[in-house]
Ligand binder design. Structure first.
Ligand SMILES: O=P(O)(O)OC[C@H]1O[C@](O)(COP(=O)(O)O)[C@@H](O)[C@@H]1O
Ligand SMILES: [Mg+2]
Ligand SMILES: [Mg+2]
Length: 340
């Protein structure tokens, strides 16, 4: 295996022709993400032995208690990218505002901005359940050499040049797309290299798994209640199976392999849903579509939504094509719920 399979580094170089970036800037950027993932992975694996569990005692702009691992992962990804002067700006779920990166000469000739959810599934850190990291990459829209602006980050998802996630689970995997399909790489901890283990991921068109926090059922829009009833009905290949890990990355990963749908709709506690359009929904939507899946807010294609705020939330329906379309049919019966 170690001698046959391509490493992630080799795969990135082999696919440079896809990146329309002759300078190697994009390859170096992916390599920096890969490095930061390894550093975070090392800490995650020792979570019970080092002081990385529990609350960090701070609250982020989302109003959430930051976990120590949220803060640590954010620091590692930010510093790894900033120190390598590989991007011109970063926006993070854990940072109030976007960060402008100026090179040693005070300017920055890089053309990419990165948006990250440094640690996804924070509620699972202390209970040893798999968590992840999510990243999304765009070309800036403002002139190279000038400081980045908000408009560089508020781009619709269909302009992403790459997106991916790391899942820190039974094994650690990095899964990404640069618009030419989705590939998965597994970390060999003994060698410290990611190897191509899952080439060309594809969502099964239809699946039998639905992932949703049913604890919020009473607050769900009627379309979602109707769709859940449909999933639980004893008919055709139903009832489906309910599986919910509580880490978007892990639920998405399982559903991409087995066939399924993940839903985080609006609810009384989250009138616009919970998940962040820029750090979570857009990158997972790009991956889903590149793997023949679909991603909507119940009504619209996620990647066509024009972002208006850095930390905006949207409802999220993502997974196997036919399942997301079926859920959309139920939502369409209640057009008033499209204006969340
Ligand atoms: O506990 P809930 O409300 O079901 O929410 C779980 C969802 O929230 C998230 O944890 C949000 O992500 P963060 O952990 O990055 O804040 C998702 O990973 C997960 O799917
Ligand atoms: Mg998250
Ligand atoms: Mg997070």
């Amino acid at each position: 295996m170690e001698t046959n399979n391509l490493t992630l580094g080799e795969f990135i170089i082999e696919n440079q022709r896809h990146y329309k970036s002759t300078s190697g800037e994009f390859s170096r950027l992916l390599s920096s993400v890969k490095l930061a993932a390894k550093i975070v992975n090392y800490k995650v694996n020792k979570a019970g032995l080092v002081d990385i569990m529990g609350n960090a005692g701070e609250t982020n702009i989302q109003g959430e208690d930051q976990q120590k691992l949220d803060v640590y992962a954010n620091k590692v990804f930010m510093e790894t990218l900033i120190n390598r002067e590989i991007v011109c700006g970063i926006a993070s779920e854990e940072e109030d505002d976007f960060v402008t990166i100026r090179g040693k000469q005070g300017t920055n000739e890089n053309k990419y901005v990165v948006l990250i959810d440094p640690l996804d599934g924070s509620s699972n850190i202390d209970v040893n359940v798999s968590v992840g990291t999510i990243f999304s990459i765009y070309k800036r829209v403002t002139p190279i050499g000038t400081p980045v602006e908000l408009s560089d980050f508020l781009q619709p998802g269909n302009l992403q040049v790459a997106a991916g996630y790391v899942v820190y689970g039974t094994s650690t995997m990095l899964v990404y797309t640069s618009g030419h399909g989705v590939n998965g790489f597994t970390l060999n901890p003994a060698i410290g290299s990611f190897y191509l283990s899952h080439p060309d991921f594809k969502f099964p068109e239809e699946g039998k798994i639905y992932s949703i926090n049913e604890g919020n059922y009473v607050h769900f829009p009627q379309g979602v209640k109707d769709y859940l009833k449909y999933c639980q009905e004893e008919k055709d290949n139903r009832p489906y199976t309910s599986r919910y890990i509580g880490s978007l990355v892990s639920d998405f990963h399982r559903n991409m392999i087995k066939g399924g749908i993940y839903l985080y709709p609006t609810s009384a506690i989250g009138p616009k849903g919970k998940l962040r359009l820029l750090y979570e929904c857009n990158p997972m939507a790009f991956l889903a579509e590149q793997a023949n899946g679909r991603a909507t807010d119940g009504y619209r294609r996620i990647m066509d939504i024009k972002p208006t705020e850095l930390h905006q939330r949207v409802p999220f329906f993502c997974g196997s094509k036919k399942m997301v379309e079926k859920a959309g049919e139920f939502m369409a019966k209640y057009p008033e719920d499209a204006n969340y």
